[in-house]
Ligand binder design. Sequence first.
Ligand code: PLP
Length: 390
Amino acid sequence: MPIADKMIKMVESASMIRKMFEEGIKMREKFGADNVFDFSLGNPDVPPPPVVKKTLLNLINSETLSHGYMPNPGYPHVRQAVADYLNKEYNVGLTSDLIVMTAGAAGALNDILRALMNPGEDILVPAPYFVGYNQYAFVASANLKTVNSFPDFHMDLDAIEKAITEKTRVMLINSPNNPTGVVYTREELMGLGKVLEKASTKFGKRIYLISDEPYRKIAYDVEVPCMFDVYPHTIVLTSYSKELSLAGERIGYLAIHPKAEDATIIAGAAGVTNTMMYVNAPALFQQVVGQLQGVSVDMGIYKKRRDIFCEGLHAAGYEFDVPQGAFYLFPKSPIADDIKFVSILQENNILAVPGRAFGGPGHFRLSYAVPDKTIAGSFEGFKKAFNSVK
Ligand code: PLP
């Protein structure tokens, strides 16, 4: 093998996802784009708000536009703008030195995990979980340890408490959640904060909470509690990939609670770990988002799609709770083998992802970051697939 032994498994799992992507391209060629219903990717199709383009154009024409190196954690004025916005929203007393601008949420996760994790330590994550976490844990030489959630995908705090050991350094959560769409309640999050405080005392080691929240703004008629209220030793990270539909621009940030143990040291470390990967977040889009704090795409578009999709799938017989956030559905597979059922969907020109890929076997994931007509056109195929196994 020409590639490193430790990379073989990682490359194999990455090529599984690529295979599905290529499958979609082939099917579109064969059946025509309008006859293929691809719900496999969480790639926002809603255009960014017009103010993004306007800001970009103004910047390009401005004398102040900068292209050079900068302090590795990002432009000071952009970090200040992010801190001001978060203070206005959450009144948490953040200073700009506790903000690191990153290459998306993925960049933020890589930076903070490499800053915090000793080799062999555990990152605890409720399952189902976002597949990228396997890779970020790998890069940080850490173990990803999963804890099953309740059937409604809310956290099982007793199971989490039992899973914490002296090896645990980080609890990683994601709400609104990919793949389940669940939004954790204030009560369960406050409960989690208590569990982490108790365990940190028990093991004489600070356990940090990382809140991965690129879907924070995509929530429907429900509170997404402020994570800084939950536990002081919290790092919140996010991106503009979903809320401004800028996934390809690779822009996001992490913010460390001012009261987190060793907050300044951690911020400094995260500003060094990024230099080992991508040096700094993209300059142009730092300058854009610095001017667009609090702006987001029209979430009504996703809400409408969710409602139409849920209604059609329920009518076809699928079982699931209506999710309160993100742009995913995670229905039960009508047969135990979710991989098999996803292949049956594929025979009906529908592309989905088996729940097993997210540590949620017996389910499948559908992304509704797709045009309305893709949803409307898919129901016949969903019905046929369901009826063929019943
Ligand atoms: N975390 C979760 C839960 C995600 O779903 C994604 C992307 O889909 C990411 C992190 C990475 O986001 P970004 O594209 O901003 O790096």
